[in-house]
Design a protein around this ligand. Sequence first.
Ligand SMILES: [Zn+2]
Length: 228
Amino acid sequence: MEQITNFGDQRTLAYCAFCGGKTGTRDHCPSRVFLDQPFPENLPVVPACAECNSSFSIDEEYLACLISCVLAGSTDPDKIGREKIAKILKRKQALRSKIESSISVVEGNTIFEPEHNRVKAVLTKLAQGHALFELHESVAREPDDISVFPMLALTEQQRMDFEQPVAAEVWPEVGSRAMQRMLTGQDTDQSGWIVVQPNMYRYVASAVGYIEVRIVINEYIGCVAQWE
Ligand SMILES: [Zn+2]
């Protein structure tokens, strides 16, 4: 990804993106567990406090492993597509057992029943980071609305609505990355999504009276988070 300098108001960057507390560290957003090597250069980073920075990583690892297991239909490291995830599952037996225990077979189909709270916590955190990085909006609180879903569960119309970002009726803050992307199209695909790594991670953040962030991980999980 090309680095876009943030020319906007620096005050929002003085606090943790997730809890609004004092910041001492910086966190990659998205976390590298969702990406494969070689990593894109200049990954977005946001300010974070040490506590938030470390507390999310276990849940992020859980979600990344869960998605790979669902896509493989198995927790067997030899069947997992991503080498990094296969290594984690080999090393962390407890995590593998945890995911294994969430599998059931219904009418011949493998069904995973994830820990929804953890999945939601990770997507909330990712959306908070994208809002701060792209829009300069600090949303260090629970979203007013968040939905997380398998992309396959969307109807054709829902999919079209989801893929088409909200038209920016309100222009992004002058100097923010969102504004610069709007002017240059940097790192974005035709419909305005920011592709961090193809097939791995993409997102789009917009401010149309309210803050909205959409995320797709592995083209499998989709999320829409909104803050009034
Ligand atoms: Zn924090």
